[in-house]
Design a protein around this ligand. Structure first.
Ligand code: ADP
Length: 202
């Protein structure tokens, strides 16, 4: 009985947030601030894929060249990886999804996965940053981090993929009434304050 009450309590209080935006918009940076303040569990599908590549797993080997070329990993593969990750989660205050969904199919899949646990995406934060700013941030990040996809040609390709395939995900969340646009240009602190003002309404 106590366990049941506890589960209901957790489910009601969970906040599931999608942090969305083009490459270089600050999703990872702002996710870190959000996790610290709200004790959410963070999942970055980019990180999940990079660790598969590093571990030279079968999946990692399949997708390595796609990532280096700035292309997306096929929906089915990434959805399976995320479903596997999600199954292992319990007892959290909610999850921040960073870099997922990146296609409308993925958004539908995420809704179905969460629905099975009586949950949904409560908020979709879309970071808006002009293209020139994205390119200069990513070129700089490439110099510091050495990430293989942070070179000029791949950056341009990733931004195009974002505009063509990923940006339509915004329409999905507009229909769900969870979409919020955030100005991603400004100080990290200012942007985080705006994000908090939205999370605090949940
Ligand atoms: P960024 O937002 O800077 O592009 P990420 O770490 O989120 O960085 O993603 C790096 C790469 O990993 C993407 O360019 C893509 O190839 C792959 N990837 C990450 N998430 C997904 C996803 N949800 N669907 C398909 N591919 C993905």
């Amino acid at each position: 009985m106590l366990q049941t009450i506890r589960c209901i309590y957790i489910t009601i209080n969970m906040k599931n947030i999608v942090i969305f935006g083009p490459p270089g918009s600050g999703k990872g940076t702002q996710s870190n601030h959000i996790i610290n303040k709200y004790q959410l569990t963070h999942v970055s599908t980019g990180d999940v894929i990079r660790s598969e590549i590093k571990a030279k797993s079968e999946i990692g080997q399949q997708v390595e060249s796609l990532i280096e070329n700035g292309q997306l990993v096929p929906d089915q593969l990434i959805v399976e990886l995320l479903a596997e990750w999600l199954e292992k989660q319990n007892d959290s205050n909610g999850i921040i999804f960073d870099g997922f969904p990146r296609t409308t199919n993925q958004a539908v899949a995420l809704k179905q996965m969460l629905q099975k646990q009586g949950q949904d995406v409560d908020l979709m934060l879309s970071l808006e940053v002009p293209k020139e700013e994205l390119v200069s941030r990513l070129v700089k990040r490439g110099q510091d981090s050495g990430r293989s996809d942070d070179n000029l040609a791949t950056i341009e390709k990733r931004i195009t993929v974002y505009e063509e395939v990923t940006a339509p995900v915004i329409d999905f969340y507009k229909k769900e009434n969870t979409y919020v646009s955030i100005n991603g240009v400004g100080s990290e602190k200012e942007i985080f304050a705006t994000i908090c003002s939205h999370i605090d309404t949940l």
